[in-house]
Design a protein around this ligand. Structure first.
Ligand SMILES: Nc1ncnc2c1ncn2[C@@H]1O[C@H](COP(=O)(O)OP(=O)(O)O)[C@@H](O)[C@H]1O
Ligand SMILES: [Mg+2]
Length: 586
């Protein structure tokens, strides 16, 4: 079993805890057995008048001592085994998170947050139940059953025992059979729970859109559907369980009946004493709980198995983007970038997003990329960050193939402002210091001043300690963009990429930021992606992307002289600006 192998590697690390717990359990069950025996002795003694008051007291003393041992033992095995299962849960959770951090963005494009969250919560919980309480229940049940049956045979009567336990064999077979079906049902249920979690997560993240489009009702309806689906799956499990329980009762009832009839007959015929008959009846009731426990354990094992399967799926996923064996250590990148017939197809697309792009820029150049949306601008910079794989020989940084540069070194040398500027729900200070380990105030302020956000921040009541809402919702679009720019500038990397990062910033501030960048990024490479020509017209090289092809390339003057797409765009935007100016004048 794959699942078993997976979990055993963790259990092995805690084997002493498990051994300790199981040994305690063993001792406990042994102690437990003496209670009926002592009761039997007292009963027989009283019946035959061979026991006096002191004898009874002595035996009661023994029962008390056993009770005390039981209490201590119960604490110990809980401590050992629950402790181990909690530790393993913690280790798996740590490992799973660490593993997920290594996976590519592509993985996250294809897997939903809610689904991953479910694996961290309810699946992991099911695993913990299977390696904690279920282990105890199963061992306890097996040990108890074997010992009790042994006692019944030795102390009371072999024939009576055999007759009484025959019905119980059916339970064991039935439980194994139901366990298999159960695991299938649990997998289905977990998938439904994942879907539900996904829905909730997305609905809450998108609450602003939902409200703006007055979609609350349809959201409630869709939620109710997902919720009902989860309920159906849960009911399916409950139905199966509710068949098992009464069956168990029937079997136990039959056993008791047989004991009474056959045991009574044996007692009457003098083959066993009344005391042993009494003890036997106690033994039979002692078998009820192991039977129930076994059922519960199988239940928990099935759930845990399903949980492990879903957790394993995460671990089986391997990053496609990883350092090749022949990467060369790089410390500081200079910032030369060369694209050589760069062609790239997104997964699931048939047409290339980028087609045969050639470009050669030296460190210190400001490169602008312009083009309509969907023309591959963001894809191009994602490739420079090696977020997607490209064939060897297509992208060179400092003359080295990008595939031969360690990922860590590459990304440490690139400061990136993504198009969807994500901020964490933390203080502005921590958000800006994010790319680095220290929270040097001086450095942060240097960056925020370049990004023209410093004055805004100090105007906030809490200044740099202002907590931004989830994904930065409490900031305006322009403030968010400028905070993201500051975060990138704090890194002071040889390559800076601004992916449409000034779109929500007014033109005056934009001009100021561009001026600051020019002063501060002397000798370093900067890549600007924008829609507005005003943003990029002073760039050293402007690349015009159209349908994924590099249609035009040159500086502003050259492109204007060329009289192509760029000039066309420029004139349209000029006209637009003049119109706006005229409108605002009236
Ligand atoms: N992760 C992705 N998987 C598949 N296709 C993608 C992905 N990201 C972008 N695309 C596609 O690639 C094309 C270019 O997108 P993008 O680079 O974001 O354009 P731009 O930044 O110029 O607006 C689009 O057609 C888009 O649908
Ligand atoms: Mg884009």
């Amino acid at each position: 079993m794959e699942q078993l192998r997976f979990i055993m590697q963790y259990i092995k690390r805690h084997k002493w805890q498990y051994i300790g717990g199981i040994v305690t359990l063993f001792i406990l069950d042994f102690a437990n057995l003496y209670i009926p025996k002592v009761t039997g002795i007292i009963t027989d003694g009283l019946a035959a008048h061979t026991i006096d008051k002191n004898g009874v007291l002595k035996n009661i003393g023994i029962i008390l001592a056993i009770g005390f041992t039981l209490a201590v033992g119960r604490f110990l095995w809980r401590y050992f085994i629950f402790g181990a299962s909690r530790s393993i849960e913690h280790e798996i959770r740590d490992n799973m998170f660490a593993h997920l951090e290594t996976l590519d963005v592509e993985y996250y494009n294809e897997h939903k947050t809610g689904d991953l969250m479910t694996r961290f919560t309810s699946d992991l919980n099911a695993v913990r139940m299977a390696i904690g309480p279920a282990v105890i229940a199963a061992f306890d049940a097996i040990v108890m059953t074997v010992m009790v049956i042994g006692q019944m045979m030795v102390y009371v009567n072999v024939k009576l025992t055999l007759v009484a336990i025959i019905p119980m064999v059916f339970i064991a077979i039935g439980e194994l059979y139901f366990g298999k079906i159960m695991q299938k049902y649990f997998l289905e249920r977990q998938d439904a729970v994942s879907e539900l979690t996904d829905f909730v997560q997305e609905s809450f993240s998108g609450v602003r859109v939902v409200k703006a489009f007055v979609r609350e009702r349809s959201q409630i309806k869709a939620f109710a559907e997902a919720n009902a689906k989860a309920k159906t799956k849960n009911l399916k499990i409950a139905k199966l369980q509710s068949i098992v329980m009464p069956l168990l009762d029937v079997v136990i009832g039959i056993s008791s009946l047989i004991t009474l009839l056959y045991g009574g007959y044996l007692a009457l015929s003098g083959e066993i004493t009344i005391g042993r008959f009494v003890a036997f009846n106690q033994y039979i009731t002692m078998l009820v709980w192991p039977m129930l426990a076994c059922g519960e354990a199988i239940n928990m094992f099935s759930q845990g198995g399903a949980g492990i399967r879903r957790i394993q799926e995460v671990f089986e996923e391997q990053p496609e983007i990883a350092d090749r064996a022949d990467v060369e250590a790089v410390d500081r990148i200079k910032g030369d970038i060369r694209l050589n017939h760069l062609t790239f197809i997104h997964r699931g697309h048939s047409e290339p997003t980028l087609k045969d792009i050639n470009l050669d820029i030296k460190a210190g150049t400001t490169l602008a990329v312009i083009g309509r949306t969907g023309n591959g601008k963001s894809t191009l910079v994602n490739l420079l960050l090696h977020l997607y794989n490209t064939k060897p020989g297509m992208i060179f940084i400092d003359g080295k193939d990008i595939n031969s540069i360690p990922l860590k070194a590459l990304r440490e040398n690139i400061a990136y402002v993504p198009q969807d500027n994500f901020l964490f729900s933390d203080t502005l200070k921590s958000n800006i210091a994010f790319g680095t380990d220290d929270e040097e105030m001086e450095e942060i302020i240097r960056a925020t001043k370049i990004a023209c956000i410093h004055d805004n921040i100090i105007d906030f009541p809490n200044g740099y300690d202002t907590i931004v809402g989830e994904r930065g919702v409490t900031l305006s679009g322009g403030q968010k963009q400028r905070s993201s720019i500051a975060r990138a500038l704090k890194k002071d990397a040889p390559i800076l990429i601004l992916d449409d990062a000034l779109s929500a910033v007014d033109t005056d501030t934009e001009e100021q930021i561009l001026k600051n960048l020019k002063e501060n990024r002397c000798g370093k490479t900067t890549i600007l992606i924008a829609h507005r020509i005003s943003t990029i017209q002073n760039a050293d090289i402007i690349l015009v992307l159209e349908d994924g092809e590099a249609r035009e390339c040159g500086n502003h003057k050259e492109l204007m002289e060329l009289g192509g797409i760029y000039k066309d765009m420029f004139e349209k935007q000029q006209l637009e600006a003049a119109k706006n100016l005229a409108l605002s004048a009236t």
